[in-house]
Design a protein around this ligand. Structure first.
Ligand code: AMP
Ligand code: ZN
Ligand code: FE
Ligand code: FE
Length: 304
C-alpha cells in the first residue's frame, strides 16, 4: 500500500519533557502493519519512548529484527504477540508478552497461522464470487508474502476502487458478518493463558471495550480471566479517551492486574494511530514496563 508520512505526532513533543513513556502494542509487516520492525524501533526512538513491545498477530517473526534495532537505539524491547481468542460473549484479543516461547506455544502459533492462510484463501474466493475486483495473489503481494490479514484485503479493495478507505472496506465487506468475512481459528482465553504460563509469559486483555460488554459484564469477565492467570488489562489504549483509560486502570487494579497500554500502531493500515501517542494524547508510563518485565519468566522455568 502507498505509505504516507507516518505523521508521528510525538515528534513534536521534546523527549524528556514528561516522565518516560512506552508503547506495548505495535504491529509490523510481520502481520498487518505497514512498517518494518526496524522502522518501528526508529519511530519509537524519535518519539522519545524508553521501551516498546512488538505484538504482531499470532506470530513472532519480527521479534529478532526488532531486538537488534532496539538494542542499537538503546530502547527496551519486550517480545510479544497478539492472539485471537473466542469467548461466549464474542472474540477477544490476548496480548502475550514473553522472553521466549516454548515449543507448545510456538506450535500453537504455527497452527493459527496455517488456519489463517486457509481462511484467507476462502475469503478471497468469497469476494471473487461476489464480483469484487480482487485476487488472492494481489492480497499476498500487498502483505509482502507474510502475515496476511484483513487490512491487506481492505487495501487491495481500496486500490481497485471497490471501497473508499480501509474502514469503508471493513464496513462493507470485511467486518464480522459482512459478505466477504470468514471466521478464523481462535483459542479459548484460558487456553491462551495456559500456553502463556508455560513460557513464563504474561497475558494482557487487549482493547477491553472491543467486546462491547456492559461494564458489569466486563468486570465479571476480567474477574474470570484473572482467576485463569491474566496479568494485565490494556487500559491506556490508543483510541480510548483519558477518562476511559483511568476507568480501565482502576478496573485492572481492583482485580490485582497491571494496567498496560499501547497505540495498536499499524502504520498506513490505521493511519490515525502513531507510535507512542496513539491518536495524539497517549502516554503510557514506563513504570508499567518494570512491572511487566518483573513478571516474565522463561520457558525453562516451566513446572518450577
Ligand atoms: P484478521 O486478523 O485478518 O482477522 O484482521 C484483524 C485486523 O483487522 C486487526 O488489525 C483489526 O484491528 C482489524 N479489524 C477488525 N475488524 C475491523 C473493523 N470492523 N474495522 C476496521 N478494522 C478492523
Ligand atoms: Zn492488526
Ligand atoms: Fe487487537
Ligand atoms: Fe493489535
Amino acid at each position: 500500500m502507498h505509505r504516507p508520512d507516518q505523521g508521528n505526532r510525538a515528534l513534536r513533543q521534546p523527549a524528556g519533557s514528561v516522565a518516560s513513556v512506552i508503547d506495548l502494542h505495535l504491529h509490523s509487516v510481520f502481520s498487518d502493519g505497514s512498517e518494518t520492525p526496524e522502522r518501528i524501533c526508529e519511530l519509537a526512538a524519535e518519539a522519545g519512548l524508553s521501551g516498546i513491545a512488538l505484538t504482531d498477530h499470532d506470530g513472532t517473526g519480527g521479534i529478532e529484527r526488532a531486538r537488534v534495532r532496539a538494542g542499537e537505539l538503546g530502547l527496551r524491547l519486550v517480545p510479544g504477540c497478539e492472539v485471537s481468542c473466542q469467548t461466549e460473549q464474542g472474540s477477544l484479543h490476548m496480548l502475550c508478552y514473553f522472553n521466549a516461547v516454548d515449543d507448545s506455544f510456538a506450535a500453537e502459533l504455527d497452527r493459527l497461522a496455517a488456519d489463517r492462510s486457509a481462511r484467507n484463501e476462502q475469503m478471497a474466493t468469497k469476494m471473487m464470487e461476489l464480483g469484487l475486483p480482487i485476487t488472492y495473489e494481489e492480497v499476498i503481494e500487498e502483505a509482502g508474502g507474510k502475515g496476511v490479514g484483513r487490512p491487506h484485503f481492505a487495501a487491495v479493495l481500496v486500490r481497485n476502487g471497490a471501497a473508499d478507505s480501509i474502514q469503508d472496506a471493513f464496513d462493507r465487506y470485511l467486518g464480522r458478518g459482512a459478505p466477504g468475512y470468514v471466521n478464523k481459528a481462535r483459542l479459548a482465553p484460558a487456553q491462551a493463558l495456559e500456553l502463556a504460563a508455560g513460557s513464563g509469559a504474561a497475558g494482557v486483555l487487549a482493547h477491553p471495550l472491543s467486546l462491547g460488554l456492559e461494564r458489569s459484564d466486563l468486570e465479571q469477565l476480567v474477574a474470570e480471566l484473572a482467576e485463569d492467570g491474566l496479568f494485565g488489562l490494556e487500559s491506556y489504549y490508543g483510541r480510548y479517551d483519558p477518562e476511559t483509560r483511568a476507568e480501565l486502570a482502576a478496573l485492572a487494579r481492583r482485580h490485582g492486574l497491571t494496567p498496560t497500554g499501547g497505540s495498536d500502531f499499524h502504520g498506513a493500515y490505521k493511519p490515525d494511530l502513531a507510535v507512542g501517542t496513539g491518536t495524539g494524547d497517549l502516554e503510557v508510563p514506563d513504570e508499567l514496563l518494570d512491572e511487566l518485565v518483573a513478571r516474565l519468566g522463561t520457558p525453562a522455568a516451566r513446572g518450577a
